[in-house]
Design a protein around this ligand. Structure first.
Ligand SMILES: [Zn+2]
Length: 141
């Protein structure tokens, strides 16, 4: 009498597997399909984050124009437009109380009282944000 072994299924097509006990797929086709799908999932994640970054950048550019360059706005305006604060391309002034987060060519700074300041990223655009009295901010620096 044979001890029944646990039935195993192909990880791709769910067919019952026969043969070696370490087999995970019916054949090479199922194995390739499975691994291609994993690659696609990683690719999808990259696409999703790239999309979020570009959307963030466009929200910053748009609000900067709308605010006629006097771009200090409530944080919720950005959130309402779908801004995702966890995605940025660079952080400047990490040692400062209020670092500047870049999304490509636009930057923003989180200010007290749930305010956000926006500027295009040019060579000097953020230096005044850190200096006391610069542009009237310099909070706690
Ligand atoms: Zn299969």
């Amino acid at each position: 009498m044979q001890v029944p072994e646990t039935t195993r299924y192909c990880r791709w097509c769910n067919e019952v597997l026969r043969g070696r006990s370490d087999k995970k797929f019916c054949d090479i086709n199922c194995r390739n399909s499975f691994h291609n799908q994993l690659g696609q999932a990683a690719f999808q994640l990259v696409k999703t984050i790239n999309f979020a970054l570009k959307k963030n950048r466009n929200i910053l550019a748009d609000l900067y124009q709308l605010a006629a360059h006097n771009a200090v706005l409530p944080k919720e305006v950005l959130t309402y437009r779908g801004f995702q604060f966890q995605y940025h391309t660079e952080v400047l002034g990490l040692n400062k109380p209020e670092p500047v987060f870049l999304c490509y060519d636009y930057g923003y700074q989180l200010l007290p009282n749930e305010q956000v300041r926006i500027s295009p990223a040019s060579k000097d655009s953020f230096s005044s944000w850190y200096s006391a009295g610069g542009a009237g901010w310099g909070i706690g620096i």
